[in-house]
Design a protein around this ligand. Structure first.
Ligand SMILES: [Zn+2]
Length: 419
C-alpha cells in the first residue's frame, strides 16, 4: 500500500531519523518533540494536486498525509462547516465549527490520523493521557476501528467527558494528580507494555492530523487564506498543526500567503504567551517551556507544561502571530455571547478564542475589514455547566407551572381508563 514518504526530524537539534517504525521523541536534552518532514514538498507534488484531492472529510487530503486512507475509520472526521458570522464587529468573522466531529471536538482529526498510523504499524492497543477531549476522541475512534483503548485522566476531569470515554468502552485509569502526572503515566505504560501512545505533542502525528483543518479553511475560501486565525491554546498542538498546514500549502504553491495566528490563552495557563514575549524579541525557542500555574474553568487548555511549546512558538514566529491572554470573566462573557448571538454552544476553552477575538477587535490588532477565522474546538455538551448557572437560569427565567388536570383527551388518562 502506497504511503507518502516521511522522516522524523527533532524540533530542537534537527537530527534526522528515516526509520520505518514508530518514533516519539529525540534523545537530545531530555525528550524533545519530533516533527514529520516530507521530501516531496515541491512543485511536482503540487502539480495536479487539486484534482487528486477528493472524497469526504479529512481524508480528502490523503495525498498530503503520512498514512493511506485505507487505515482510516468509517467515521466522518473533518469536513466541518466554516460559518460566516458577518462583519458585526468591523471585521469579517468566520467560525470553523469543529464541534461537528464524531466525538465533538477538533481532537478527532489528530486521533483519526494517529490511529491510522498505529494500524499501519500493526498496533492493536492505544493509550493517551487526557483532560477529556483527546481521551473521548481516542475512545471513539478506537471503538470504530475495533482496537483497545486506555485513557489516563487526571483527578479533576469533567464528568460529561468521563461519561463519554466510558460509553465508547475504553478502559479509564484515573491518576490522583494533574494532567502532567497522567501524561507521564501514559508514556510509562507505552514504554513498558509496547502500547501505541497518542499523547498530544509526544506523538508527532497529532499535528499532521490537525493540519487538515487549515487545508479545509483554505479550500473553503477558494484556496485563499484569511488574515488571521484565532486558536484556543493550551498544549500548543492545534496552533502548531495549523501553522504546519498553512505553511505546507504555501510551500506547495496552493496558496500565496500565510495567515497570522493568534494564540488565545487563559491568563492563568499562559506558558506559551509568556515564552512568546522572549521568542518574538529574537531569542531562540527555549528547550523547555516556562511552567504555568493554571486555575481556569477552560479545562481543555489548562496545562502547566505545554507539550508542543516548540511547535507553537515556531508557528507564531513563522506566521508573525500574536499571543493574547484573557481573564475568567472574559471567558464567561464570551461563552454567553457565542451561544446567544450565534447559536453556538461551546466549551469554555473555545470561548477563550472568542474572548481573544473580541480583545483583538477592541485594541485594533485586527484592522477594519480583516478576515478572521476562529476555531470552535469543542462542544458545550462536553462541559455543560462550568459556572453552575443552570439553577440560576431556571430561577430567573422559568416559572414553575402546575400541570392542568387531565381531561378525557389526555393520553395518560386514556391509559388509566378501565378496559
Ligand atoms: Zn534532538
Amino acid at each position: 500500500m502506497k504511503r507518502r514518504n516521511f522522516h522524523y526530524v527533532c524540533m530542537h537539534c534537527g537530527a534526522f531519523d528515516s526509520a520505518d517504525g514508530m518514533r516519539y521523541v529525540c534523545a537530545c536534552e531530555g525528550a524533545q518533540n519530533l516533527r514529520i518532514a516530507y521530501d516531496d514538498v515541491d512543485v511536482k507534488t503540487a502539480r495536479g494536486l487539486r484534482e487528486r484531492i477528493g472524497g469526504h472529510g479529512m481524508w480528502r487530503y490523503a495525498p498530503l498525509l503520512p498514512a493511506p486512507q485505507a487505515f482510516g475509520s468509517r467515521l466522518l472526521v473533518g469536513g466541518t462547516p466554516l460559518l460566516d458570522c458577518g462583519d458585526g464587529d468591523g471585521v469579517r468573522l468566520r467560525i470553523k465549527d469543529e464541534t461537528r466531529n464524531p466525538s465533538g471536538s477538533l481532537k478527532d482529526r489528530a486521533t483519526e490520523l494517529a490511529v491510522a498510523v498505529a494500524l499501519m504499524h500493526g498496533y492493536r492497543h492505544v493509550v493517551a493521557a487526557s483532560t477529556g477531549n483527546a481521551g473521548a476522541s481516542l475512545a471513539c475512534i478506537a471503538a470504530a476501528q475495533g482496537i483497545a483503548a486506555t485513557i489516563v485522566v487526571p483527578r479533576r476531569t469533567p464528568s460529561a467527558k468521563l461519561a463519554q470515554i466510558a460509553a465508547y468502552g475504553a478502559e479509564v485509569v484515573r491518576v490522583d494528580g494533574d494532567y502532567d502526572d497522567a501524561f507521564a503515566h501514559a508514556v510509562d505504560m507505552s514504554r513498558r507494555d509496547g502500547v501505541y501512545c497518542r499523547n498530544t505533542g509526544y506523538n508527532p502525528f497529532t499535528r499532521e492530523g490537525k493540519k487538515t483543518c487549515a487545508f479545509e479553511i483554505a479550500e473553503d475560501l477558494g484556496w485563499r487564506v484569511p488574515d488571521w486565525v484565532v486558536v484556543p491554546t493550551g498544549d500548543g498542538n492545534i496552533l502548531s498543526g495549523m501553522a504546519v498546514g498553512f505553511a505546507e500549502l504555501l510551500a506547495l504553491g496552493m496558496t500565496t500567503s500565510m495567515p497570522r495566528l493568534v494564540a488565545a490563552q487563559s491568563d492563568t495557563s499562559a506558558s506559551i504567551a509568556r515564552d512568546w514575549v522572549t521568542v518574538a524579541s529574537g531569542r531562540p525557542i527555549p528547550s523547555a517551556p516556562t511552567p504555568a500555574a493554571p486555575s481556569t474553568v477552560a479545562d481543555s487548555i489548562s496545562v502547566r507544561f505545554p507539550r508542543d511549546h516548540a511547535g507553537a512558538l515556531a508557528g507564531l514566529r513563522q506566521s508573525r502571530g500574536v499571543a493574547v491572554t484573557v481573564t475568567e470573566n472574559e471567558i464567561r462573557r464570551a461563552s454567553r455571547h457565542l451561544a446567544r448571538r450565534f447559536g453556538l454552544w461551546v466549551e469554555p476553552s473555545s470561548a477563550v478564542g472568542y474572548a481573544a477575538f473580541l480583545r483583538c477587535v477592541q485594541d485594533g490588532t485586527f484592522h477594519a475589514g480583516a478576515s478572521v477565522v476562529l476555531l470552535s474546538t469543542g462542544s458545550g455538551l462536553k462541559h455543560p455547566d462550568p459556572w453552575g448557572d443552570v439553577n440560576a437560569a431556571l430561577g430567573k427565567r422559568a416559572r414553575t407551572r402546575r400541570p392542568k388536570p387531565h381531561d378525557n383527551g389526555d393520553t395518560s388518562a386514556a391509559l388509566r381508563r378501565p378496559q
